[in-house]
Design a protein. Structure first.
Lengths: 234, 312
């Protein structure tokens, strides 16, 4: 009887994790990293085979992957060459994604271990998916190490659904630096004159926007067909 | 508009036109050194000195910098000395010293963070307690004192530790300062547990005698309380009535009766009928208008309508 109850709990948790796993893959792919299609569109049966223990409980320790940026992404995140820096290096680098096996809230030590792993393996960005919220000091670790490694944290429950697939969410495209300067020149704007989007906005978090980046939002319009607006991340 | 030119007699070449602008005032801060100084410093150096002074002043006024993560990490793994001889009630002196040194720099919010951080590691929220925290399930829990949130209970290993941690928290919330090496630091001390041992240890069920004497004492206290309570109530009531302001002043009341000359007589109808104004009389009283004063001139107006019979 107890085993049965356990297995149903495990099945539920596994399917939740499977959804989060798919969403985080789609997110990484949407940001421009290279991922194979069969990695992203993993079926529940295959996920269960690969990431559960013998008794059916999910094995979060196994759920981790890295991804390399695609050609297009490398090009997009390379700053334009200047006189002083004729051969700029790209800001895009490999990303590390990990599900945290910790079941209580995340403290400094867990966060430090994750940051240490990312910097030791030269990952430019890291995504930690946790079951429980972070402590306020763990959040501080992220801001302290931000200049070395870009760390982002997501809750499992926030990743159950891919918000960009929702009917009412328009298409968001991150602009490169050249595109941004071209936009500001075209409309003779200053940066601050653009509408804004918060960094903690769900879509901004999904796309991993940094302060100063501009996102192009394309909505369908009854009168104009398509309507583009731009927002500056603050 | 160059002033003195035009139809006026042309000035001579030596006379320069007077400017209409105010003379620029030399700022006192960046002026050249006074001539009295023997070796005047260059201007850049002076500005640098001034900026350094400004920075120093700003640092004095600055709000406290946040506590570093290392301190949090260290305190979240406290206490260092873990052996059977030490406990939360009796921590090792080195640990106490280090804990107090560190906690003096804390803001109340950061102390809350420390508790959270210790709980993440599964430790009791009180930094000098070596035991793990409680792990109750559910959302609420019924205690002898009422209903408590499990999240609050799970922060500590026991209620005693919660009280000890609260003792620290209160001192951080309402800090009192002591001078140390010329600087003011928040005064933090641990609760002296030897002072009130009875409060700490709940009475044991086996000690019936102790219990009875305790009970008698508390009953006595209750009796005394009752008496004081009644007096307190009385004074409160007096204040409310306004008596409390002049408690010594009491109004003297004396009752004097009027002297009676004849037995009381009922009003006589026949006698009244003889009167010309009988039809104006109402129960022996004739209404008058204010203008004509009493004609017989005896007594005041008020007494007029009162027949002598009903006077006391």
């Amino acid at each position: 009887m107890e085993e049965e109850a356990n297995s149903s709990i495990f099945a539920r948790e596994t399917s939740r994790l499977w959804r989060a796993w798919r969403t985080v893959h789609e997110m990484v792919q949407d940001r421009g990293y290279e991922l194979a299609e069969d990695e992203v569109k993993i079926s529940l049966a295959r996920f269960r085979d690969e990431y559960t223990n013998g008794d059916g409980s999910p094995n979060r320790g196994k759920m981790q992957f890295s991804a390399r940026p695609s050609e297009a992404m490398i090009k997009k995140f390379t700053p334009p060459p200047t006189a002083s820096n004729p051969n700029p290096t790209t800001e895009a680098g490999t990303i590390w994604v990990e599900f945290c096996p910790e079941q209580s809230s995340i403290g400094i030590n867990v966060m430090k271990k994750f940051v240490g792993h990312c910097s030791a393996n030269n990952f430019k960005a890291g995504i930690l998916v946790t079951a429980m919220p972070l402590s306020s000091q763990a959040r501080k670790v992220i801001t302290v190490t931000q200049q070395y490694t870009q760390i982002e944290c997501f809750l499992e429950e926030d990743l159950l659904v891919n918000i960009t697939h929702h009917d009412l969410v328009p298409k968001h495209i991150v602009l490169s630096r050249e595109e941004k300067t071209a936009l500001l020149k075209r409309y003779r704007l200053k940066e601050t004159q653009l509408p804004r989007i918060l960094q903690k906005d769900p879509i901004a978090r999904y796309l991993g926007l940094k302060r100063g980046q501009v996102v192009k939002i394309i909505r369908t319009s009854e009168t104009a067909g398509r309507y583009a607006s731009y927002r500056l991340c603050v | 508009m160059s002033g003195p030119t035009g139809p006026a007699p042309a000035p001579t070449g030596s006379q320069t036109p007077k400017g209409i602008l105010k003379k620029p005032k030399s700022t006192p801060g960046i002026t050249a050194p006074p001539p009295s100084e023997s070796t005047p410093l260059p201007l850049e150096q002076q500005i640098a000195i001034q900026q350094a002074k400004l920075l120093l002043q700003q640092r004095g006024e600055e709000i406290k910098p946040p506590v570093s993560l290392d301190v949090f990490e260290r305190l979240s793994q406290f206490p260092v000395a873990r052996s059977d001889s030490f406990s939360a009630a009796n921590p090792s002196p080195e640990d106490v010293h280090e804990f107090i040194e560190a906690i003096q720099e804390f803001m109340p919010r950061e102390y809350q963070d420390l508790i959270e951080e210790r709980n993440c590691l599964g430790n009791c929220g009180y930094a000098l307690c070596p035991r793990p925290r409680r792990k109750y399930n559910g959302e609420f829990r019924i205690l002898s004192s009422g209903i408590a949130k499990v999240a609050d209970l799970n922060m500590w290993c026991s209620d005693d530790c919660a009280r000890r941690a609260l003792f620290i928290k209160v001192q951080l919330d309402n800090p009192s300062y002591i001078k140390k090496d010329g600087q003011l630091v928040v005064k933090i001390e641990l609760d002296d547990e030897k002072k009130h041992p009875s409060r700490r240890q709940p009475p044991k069920i086996g000690d019936a005698e102790v219990d009875e004497s305790e009970l008698a004492k508390s009953m006595e206290r209750l009796e005394v309380d009752k008496k004081t309570q009644t007096t307190r109530d009385k004074t409160a009531l007096a204040v409310e009535r306004g008596d409390a302001r002049r408690p010594a002043q009491q109004v003297e009341v004396t009752i004097r009766e009027k002297s009676t000359t004849a037995p009381a007589q009922a009003p006589d109808l026949d006698q009244a009928a003889q009167d010309v104004d009988a039809h104006l009389m109402l129960e022996g009283h004739k209404t008058t208008f204010g203008t004509d004063k009493d004609d017989d001139g005896s007594g005041s107006d008020d007494d007029d309508y009162l027949p002598s019979a009903i006077r006391l």
